[in-house]
Design a binder for this molecule. Structure first.
Ligand code: TYD
Ligand code: MG
Length: 451
């Protein structure tokens, strides 16, 4: 049993109202409200439907779902071990960051074993071919291109060709000709995402769409778009050496915060095979520098924290901090001032992570404290040493999780010593450890005449 009703939706911002109004109260646009008819289903028919569609776990058949694996380890790592067939993923990033280049490279690699269709609604096919000539030499047979931009056209082609993977570059440029909304508006995006998700699930076609981000860094369109897809990945530029990172923000089939590292070269994006080796090559033991290990997804990454403390010339002391929450560094500076009586409130503190990388990992607390002290006393820390602990507001050094993963990676890269909390349980015995109980004990790393 169903009953027809209608409401009005803004074509620009998706604002909904039961009554027609001339100016949308949400986005202040005139004449953008469109009438939409719906069918209300009565409780009785919902009851009948749900009875028909319930199953126990044993009744659900599970076909072996082989992930679509490429030859690019960094890509596969971020995807959670390869793309899951039938998943709908979104890759986002600033214009010109390399989204199209990365997807073209991955499609070229995967097309050796799978049929792939690349819908380039943003660029002409000639432009795509020009890019292709920069990144590959051999023309793949199973990779098809189309500049079809209408949603129905895309769905029709996919249903006929039944490819394993479809690339939509970009979702903002897909036009849904069945609605009156303009391309790129929120209602068009919602509709396109819903239809593409349906296409992916019903036909077991993996779909990767690119999406623009706004100046504020959000995917242009509603947050809802992020909720509708199986995975959201951000391609970002991390530093001055053209390094690009692909980070999993949401992944229904893998862990979040997993990062893949790539270098933008003249022939496309090249994966950085051993990122820790690459990062350590850039570091040098000096006053104000500490090495920490930060867990990004499932991989420990070595970060060089750099601090510079300078006595204040006039006014309020400055805190210029990048790569880590500035409040966190200020908090650690306050703890050091309180318990070690070091007048950091009379010093400017400049703080960064080498290479322009970023972290939110609490395991870096001890490293931050040591970097500040090392700069303050102008004394370098012992060579080949990694600091791994949290610091509490009471000045206690606290244990961290997953220490064995960090310790194993440190041994692989020839580190001699770990500075850890007194209560830290560690099973990995191949590395020397220095146990610290409170921040007072940090002064042992700096010669007595300096302290
Ligand atoms: P592109 O993939 O078009 O970015 P997006 O799709 O995110 O907008 O990348 C464009 C940039 O990448 C452009 O500045 C040129 C550069 N680039 C290279 O440096 N090397 C290459 O091999 C390619 C294909 C692009
Ligand atoms: Mg592009």
């Amino acid at each position: 049993m169903s009953k027809q009703s209608s409401y009005f939706e803004c074509l620009n911002c998706s604002y909904q109202t039961l009554k027609w109004i001339g100016c949308c109260p949400e986005c202040n646009q005139w004449n953008t409200l469109d009438q939409i008819s719906t069918f209300k289903t009565t409780k009785q028919s919902v009851g009948i439907q749900s009875k028909l569609n319930i199953h126990t776990l044993n009744e659900i058949s599970m076909e072996e779902q082989q992930r679509i694996v490429s030859q690019c380890h960094e890509w596969d790592r971020v995807m959670g071990g390869g793309i899951v067939p039938g998943s709908f993923l979104l890759i986002s990033g600033d214009p010109g960051i390399g989204k199209s280049t990365l997807l073209l490279q991955i499609s070229t690699q995967l097309s050796e074993k799978h049929a792939i269709i690349y819908f380039s609604s943003e660029e002409s096919l000639t432009q795509v071919k020009l890019r292709f000539q920069r990144i590959a030499t051999q023309t793949p047979k199973n990779l098809f291109f189309s500049d079809h931009a209408t949603l129905n056209g895309v769905i029709e082609i996919c249903k006929q060709k039944k490819p394993t993977l479809v690339i939509i570059d970009s979702i903002q440029n897909v036009i849904n000709d069945t609605t009156n909304a303009l391309p790129g508006t929120i209602s068009q995006l919602k509709e396109s995402a819903f239809m593409l998700m349906k296409l992916a699930k019903e036909n077991s076609i993996a779909i990767i769409a690119t999406g623009h981000i706004t100046k504020e860094g959000n995917i242009a369109g509603p947050k809802l778009l992020e909720h509708m897809v199986d995975g959201v990945f951000y391609l970002q530029k991390e530093d001055q050496w053209q390094t690009r990172t692909l980070r999993a923000i949401k992944n229904r089939f893998g862990s979040i915060n997993e990062i893949g590292f790539f270098h933008m070269k003249g022939n496309g994006l090249q994966e950085v095979q051993n990122i820790n080796q690459h990062l350590l090559e850039q570091t040098k033991n000096a006053p104000g520098s500490t090495l920490v290990s930060s867990l990004e997804g499932s991989r420990p990454i070595f970060l060089e924290l750099q601090a510079l403390t300078v006595p204040v010339k006039f006014g309020i002391p400055q805190r210029i901090i990048t790569g880590i929450d500035h409040k966190h560094v200020s908090l650690i500076a306050a703890i050091l001032e309180k318990y070690l009586h070091i007048p950091l409130s009379k010093h400017d503190i400049f703080f960064k992570i080498s290479g322009g990388l970023k972290t939110k990992d609490q395991t870096c607390d001890l490293g931050i404290a040591l970097a500040i002290l090392s700069s303050y006393f102008q004394q370098p820390l012992p060579d080949k040493t990694i600091a791994l602990a949290e610091i509490s507001l009471t000045g206690q050094i606290k244990p961290v999780y997953n220490i064995d993963i960090h310790a194993k990676e440190c041994t692989t890269f020839g580190f001699k010593q770990l500075i850890i909390a007194k209560d830290q349980v560690i099973n990995h015995k191949e590395i020397q450890v220095k146990r610290i109980n409170t921040v007072h004990e940090l002064l042992i790393f700096f010669p007595a005449d300096q302290v």
